[in-house]
Each structure stands twice: as structure tokens, then as C-alpha cells.
Design a protein around this ligand. Structure first.
Ligand SMILES: Cc1cc2nc3c(=O)[nH]c(=O)nc-3n(C[C@H](O)[C@H](O)[C@H](O)COP(=O)(O)OP(=O)(O)OC[C@H]3O[C@@H](n4cnc5c(N)ncnc54)[C@H](O)[C@@H]3O)c2cc1C
Length: 444
């Protein structure tokens, strides 16, 4: 031991409380594991509360939407409905029907679900280091307000989005931008006092041509020309996904850095807020309905779509997604298209769809880091090619992955934490009992 203070020993530790991590902690605690959820922010939810307000991935896109995610995701939406309005935005293009909520409510819903499940939560706590022996994580070092502390668990779920646990463990992963162009980053913002009736007088395409014209005029600095705005549960308040920040820095020694580099991340935060104010100016000047609108919130942090993807026992491929491949060990489904946000010259967003009404299976093996024994990875850092991750990263899928990882972690405690020692049938039974949708026959 290192002499640091101990924060205790748990059955399961989940690092990161985004859609994946909060779901993992809820699932592990519901399955009876003594669970600790560690989060560096002062609230739960990651992107789902710090950046966004719309769940995609519950439904397949297209004319006949099928619901492909249930379980904890349904509990989250039910919790949101208890606190206020939730808007279902049917969508035959994009990622399918979106479920739009008030992010401030979701913070409280995540807290309610984790605490009623019996999970312990530690906020303002940054996992900084990992002690590993023979593929087993022995303990984590966490920076807390009281100083550095060590904490132990039989199983660790890396739901940090950035695969921080696997990185500190020396486990293999692919850094965004090394094999394929990295997805760009976005600072989101909300505006109030928008006249929605007037806003609806122009189409999405007209909004985009006004953005392009404004950028070409040289009067506005708008790197992205096809950003979107959407209604929220609050009258006259819109939320946007408009800014675009390149995360790749080319270093003098020929290497590249992405948003896991502290300086790149810092610059991205500053640049995101600068761009957001520029888009606000454009909207007020150039878009009907925004004449009297005002900025009310910037995202708490810049939105990260991908940074590190672990190397798992299986790596989900682009072909798997586009062919809606099914797997013997699948723990969930995804019908969302490959949604790729490009940077650099000619930047834009592209969507590539699965066959109508279909969904790809998410294999359990994509949640098991190849180099670890008592560790799982869930959410946007799961094991996938760039293109496959650009589909399966939707928040409903992150919740499904989290539920599977948390449930498996709890089951593995009985096997000394060895995640591969749990029979898949045992996991499948527990997941179905928890309302998870694992195959097309179970979809509605
Ligand atoms: C701009 C943008 C728009 C998007 N739009 C949508 C959308 O409309 N709908 C949709 O469904 N999906 C959308 N996505 C994708 C989706 O939001 C993400 O893929 C998903 O939220 C990822 O969830 P996660 O739990 O894997 O990771 P995250 O939400 O990134 O959560 C990771 C958590 O881990 C914490 N953490 C990280 N490192 C540490 C550490 N070392 N110690 C402690 N805590 C740590 C973070 O603070 C964070 O809370 C969007 C993404 C972005 C960036």
C-alpha cells in the first residue's frame, strides 16, 4: 500500500456517472452489490446532464419506429415524467424519435435512482491512477476535496467515457484520431424567449442556408453550417447543437493529441464558448423568432463524442452495424445510424442508416477489455471501430450497456471478480428480469 488514506473497499466501483455509469451503478446495486459510483463533476449524468437534453436510440429511425431499449432507460424516462414534461420528438431522419427532457430534472432523477438502488455516490472525485497486477485492478487512486485516497473493489466498471481506468491500467485502446478522423467536440447552449411560431416559418434547410450565407459574408465565424436547434419542455426555450471544435492537435514530433490532452481540452472549452456566443449573435440577427431571445445557459463542459475506445474481446465493426448483425452474446440493440461529425475543411455531418426497422446487437465482449480480468468498459469508450461507435454511442444504448456491465459486475463478485467466469445465460436471465431488450423478438 502507498500510505494514502483509504476510502474503503466495495464489491463494485463504477467510474464516471454518464448515461452508462449511472445505469451501471443502479444495476449493480439492484443486483445486491455494495456499489460506489465515482464522478468528477458536482452532479451525475455526464453528457446527459452537462451537455444534452435528448435521448436518442430508444427507437429505430424510419417510418416504423421500433423500441429497442428498455430496462433502466425506461425507469429514467418515468422518473423524468414524474418531475415535469418530457417531449417525444418523432423523427424519421436523424437518429429517430428523440426523448427531450429538462437536464436539471435528470440530475435529480439519476440521484434518486442511484440512491434508491442503494449505490453510494462520491462527487467531486477524480480517478487519477490505478494499481494493476496480472490484469486485475487492485485499487484506484482518487483525488477528492480531502486529498488523495485509495479505494478497492472486486470489479471496476470504466464508464469514464475517456476510458481513464483502462488508460491508467496500461490496457490497450484506440485513441480518437489515430486510425480514423476523430469526431469533433461541441459546446451546446440554450436560449430563452424564442418566438416558436415565427421560428417555424423557416425550415431546417433554410436555417442551414442562412448559416452558410452568414459564414460566407465574413461577418460571422460559424465553423459548422448545419447545426440544429430544437424545442425543450420549457415554453420559448430552445436547445442547440451548433458549435464545432476540432480535437486533434498535430505535435512537432509527428504525433497527435486529442481531447484527453489537458491543454487541448482547455483550449476546446474556451473555443466552444467563444463559438457559442457567435452562434447566438447569428441567431438573434438572422433567424425569425430569435429577435428577442437571450442566452440562458452554456453546457457545463464541452461535449465529447469520442476520445478513447478500449480494445475489447470483440471490436464492433462498421459492417456489423450496417448489416444489423446479431450475436450470440448480445446484451442490447442499436438502430441509430452512423452519425459522424467531421472536422477540418469540408466539414459536415453524415448519416448512414441500417436497414429499415433493424438493429445491430451489442455483444457483451465489446464491454470486456481484452487486457483486464475484473474490469468492464461501458458507454462511449466501449470496444468499437470509429464508425460503429458513431452509431452505438447514443444515450439509450449507453444506458443498455451500463445496465449490462453493472449486472455482470455484481454477478462476477461471486467469482472473485472474474468477469469472464460468469455464464452468459445467467447474465441474460438477470437482464431480462430487469426489463432489458436484448433481441429483435423482444422489440415493440
Ligand atoms: C455535442 C454532443 C451531442 C450529442 N447528441 C446526442 C443526442 O442528442 N442524443 C443522444 O442520445 N446522444 C447524443 N450524443 C452522444 C452521447 O451524448 C454520448 O455518447 C453519451 O452521453 C456518452 O455517455 P457515457 O456515459 O459513455 O459518457 P459521458 O456522458 O461522457 O460520461 C462520462 C462521465 O465520466 C466522468 N469522468 C470522466 N473521467 C473521470 C475520472 N477520471 N474520474 C471520475 N469521473 C470521470 C465524466 O465527468 C462524466 O460524467 C451527443 C454527444 C455530444 C458530445
Amino acid at each position: 500500500m502507498s500510505g494514502l488514506q483509504s476510502y474503503g473497499a466495495f464489491d463494485v466501483i463504477v467510474v464516471g456517472s454518464g448515461a452508462a455509469g449511472s445505469s451501471a451503478a443502479i444495476a449493480a446495486a439492484r443486483s445486491g452489490a455494495d456499489t460506489l459510483l465515482i464522478e468528477k463533476l458536482p452532479f451525475l449524468g455526464g453528457n446527459s446532464t452537462a451537455v444534452l437534453d435528448t435521448f436518442y436510440g430508444f427507437y429505430t429511425p424510419g417510418e416504423q419506429a421500433r423500441k429497442v431499449v428498455g430496462g433502466i432507460g425506461d425507469d429514467v424516462v418515468a422518473g423524468l415524467r414524474q418531475l415535469g414534461e418530457v417531449v417525444e420528438r418523432p423523427n424519421t431522419y436523424g437518429a429517430g424519435t428523440g426523448v427531450t427532457y429538462l437536464a436539471e430534472h435528470l440530475k435529480v432523477v439519476w440521484e434518486g435512482l442511484t440512491s434508491s438502488a442503494g449505490a453510494r455516490v462520491l462527487l467531486h472525485a477524480f480517478v487519477q491512477d490505478v494499481a494493476v497486477s496480472d490484469g486485475r485492478i487492485d485499487r484506484l487512486t482518487v483525488a477528492t476535496k480531502a486529498g488523495l485516497a485509495e479505494v478497492e473493489a472486486a470489479v471496476v466498471v470504466d464508464a469514464s467515457g475517456d476510458a481513464d481506468v483502462c488508460h491508467h491500467s496500461g490496457f490497450a485502446y484506440e485513441a480518437a484520431g489515430t486510425l480514423a478522423p476523430a469526431q469533433t467536440l461541441t459546446t451546446t447552449f440554450r436560449m430563452a424567449n424564442v418566438n416558436m411560431e415565427k421560428r417555424r416559418t423557416i425550415s431546417k434547410d433554410e436555417l442551414h442556408s442562412r448559416m452558410a450565407a452568414a459564414a460566407e459574408s465574413g461577418d460571422y465565424d460559424l465553423p459548422r453550417k448545419e447545426g440544429s436547434d430544437h424545442i425543450t419542455p420549457v415554453d420559448g426555450m430552445v436547445a442547440t447543437v451548433m458549435t464545432r471544435i476540432d480535437q486533434i492537435r498535430r505535435n512537432a514530433d509527428g504525433t497527435t493529441s486529442n481531447a484527453t490532452d489537458p491543454d487541448v481540452l482547455t483550449q476546446a472549452e474556451i473555443e466552444g464558448r467563444r463559438q457559442a456566443l457567435e452562434y447566438v449573435r447569428f441567431l438573434v440577427d438572422q433567424v425569425p423568432g430569435y429577435e428577442n431571445a437571450a442566452l440562458v445557459a452554456l453546457s457545463s463542459q464541452v461535449g465529447l463524442r469520442e476520445t478513447r475506445r478500449v480494445t475489447g474481446d470483440y471490436r464492433l465493426t462498421r459492417a456489423d452495424v450496417l448489416n444489423a448483425r446479431q450475436f450470440d452474446d448480445q446484451i442490447g440493440l442499436c438502430g441509430a445510424p452512423i452519425e459522424d461529425h467531421h472536422g477540418g475543411a469540408g466539414s459536415g455531418t453524415t448519416w448512414e442508416y441500417l436497414p429499415e426497422g433493424s438493429a445491430v446487437g451489442i455483444p457483451l465482449r465489446t464491454l470486456i477489455p481484452r487486457d483486464g480480468r475484473n474490469v468492464l468498459a461501458a458507454g462511449r469508450c466501449f470496444s468499437a471501430e470509429h464508425d460503429a461507435q458513431a452509431s452505438v454511442r447514443s444515450m439509450a444504448q449507453c444506458m443498455a450497456m451500463g445496465q449490462a456491465a453493472g449486472t455482470l459486475a455484481a454477478l462476477a463478485v461471486r467469482n472473485g471478480g472474474e468477469v469472464r467466469a460468469v455464464p452468459f445465460a445467467d447474465l441474460a436471465q438477470e437482464l431480462r428480469r430487469g426489463g432489458a431488450i436484448m433481441d429483435m423478438e423482444a422489440t415493440q
